[in-house]
Design a protein around this ligand. Structure first.
Ligand code: SF4
Ligand code: ZN
Length: 293
C-alpha cells in the first residue's frame, strides 16, 4: 500500500506519460479537447490531470462535457459534481440530454424495456445513446480529440468482453486512436488506461475532487459488472492480468496496422437516418431509437 503522497505522484506520472504518448499536438495549430465527464471519480481525475498538464497552453482549449441520460436520483447530483469541478478549474462546461438528441430519457427506456420483455439490459441502449451524445458535444465545441476516463480495470473488462465474443473488429476500434484513427470519428484518447481503478479512487479522495459516489440504479445485471468480478478474480490469481490484456489488445492493433487493414470485415457506410459512419444498414443509435418509439 502506498501513502497519499506516493500514490498521487504515481498517478500523476502514469497519466502524464500516457497523455504524452496519446496526444500529439500539431505545431502551429490549435487543439480543442473535449473531456467526457460524468461526475464520477475517473473522469474527475482525468479532467484534473489534463487541466494540470495542458491548462496553461495557449494552443489548447479544454472543455468538459457531460451527457444527461435522464436518470432520476443519479444524474442530477452527479451532473452538479461535474459542473462544480469545471467551475473550480475554470473550464467551460457543456451538457446535452437524451431528449435533446431525440432519444427517450433512460428512466423511460427502462420502463419500455420491461413492458416489451426485452432481454437487452438498459446499459446496452444507454451506451449507444451516450456515445451519440459525446459525439454531439464534440461537434458543438469543434473538438479535435475526445478524452475518456477509462481506467485499467475498465479497459481490461472491455477487452475480455470483446475476446469472449470473438469480436476482433471492436478490439481494433479500441481507444487510443492516436496511431489508428477511425474514419468519420473524432479520435479518442484514454490517458488513465494504465491506472488501476482503486488508485484513481484514492487519488480523487486525496485531492478532494467533487465526485458523486452513488451508482446508477439501472446498472445491475449489466454484463460489465460480471466482467468486473471475473477480471478482479483473474488479477488476484495472476497479478498483471489487466496489463497483459491491454498489451495483447495493443499488439493485435499493431499487427492489424502492419497487415494494412487487410482482414477488415465490416465496410463503413453512412447511416441513412443520421449520417454517422456505421457498419450496418443503419447505425445502432438510430436502430435503438426507432425500437423505443
Ligand atoms: Fe446508463 Fe447503464 Fe451507466 Fe446507468 S449504468 S448510466 S443505464 S450505461
Ligand atoms: Zn444513425
Amino acid at each position: 500500500m502506498m501513502c497519499g503522497a506516493h500514490l498521487a505522484d504515481s498517478v500523476r506520472k502514469k497519466a502524464s506519460k500516457a497523455l504524452r504518448q496519446q496526444l500529439i499536438l500539431p505545431k502551429g495549430e490549435h487543439t480543442t479537447i473535449l473531456v467526457a465527464i460524468s461526475g464520477g471519480k475517473d473522469s474527475a481525475v482525468l479532467l484534473e490531470r489534463i487541466h494540470e498538464n495542458l491548462g496553461r497552453r495557449r494552443d489548447v482549449t479544454i472543455v468538459g462535457g457531460c451527457v444527461d441520460e435522464g436518470i432520476e436520483g443519479y444524474r442530477p447530483p452527479s451532473l452538479e459534481c461535474a459542473r462544480e469541478l469545471c467551475e473550480e478549474l475554470g473550464i467551460r462546461f457543456e451538457t446535452v440530454s437524451y431528449p435533446e438528441l431525440g432519444f427517450k430519457e433512460m428512466d423511460e427506456v427502462v420502463e419500455k424495456i420491461v413492458s416489451m420483455e426485452e432481454k437487452k439490459a438498459p446499459c446496452s441502449y444507454c451506451g449507444v445513446f451516450r456515445r451519440k451524445g459525446i459525439n454531439h458535444l464534440a461537434d458543438r465545441v469543434g473538438a479535435d480529440v475526445i478524452a475518456l476516463g477509462h481506467n485499467l480495470d475498465d479497459m481490461a473488462q472491455t477487452i475480455m468482453m470483446n475476446m469472449q465474443n470473438g469480436d476482433l473488429e471492436r478490439t481494433l476500434r479500441l481507444a487510443p486512436h492516436t496511431s489508428t484513427p477511425l474514419e468519420g470519428m473524432v479520435p479518442r484518447i484514454v490517458p488513465l488506461r494504465w491506472i488501476p481503478e482503486q488508485e484513481i479512487h484514492l487519488y480523487a479522495l486525496h485531492r478532494g475532487l467533487p465526485i458523486h459516489h452513488e451508482e446508477c440504479p439501472h446498472g445491475d445485471g449489466a454484463l460489465r459488472f460480471r466482467h468486473r468480478e471475473t477480471v478482479a478474480m483473474m488479477e488476484a490469481d495472476v497479478p498483471g492480468t489487466r496489463h497483459g490484456l491491454l498489451r495483447m489488445a495493443d499488439d493485435v492493433k499493431k499487427l492489424h496496422a502492419l497487415a494494412d487493414g487487410e482482414f477488415r470485415t465490416a465496410k463503413a457506410v453512412n447511416c441513412p437516418e443520421c449520417g454517422q459512419i456505421c457498419s450496418g444498414q443503419i447505425c445502432k443509435a438510430c436502430e435503438m431509437k426507432n425500437q423505443m418509439q
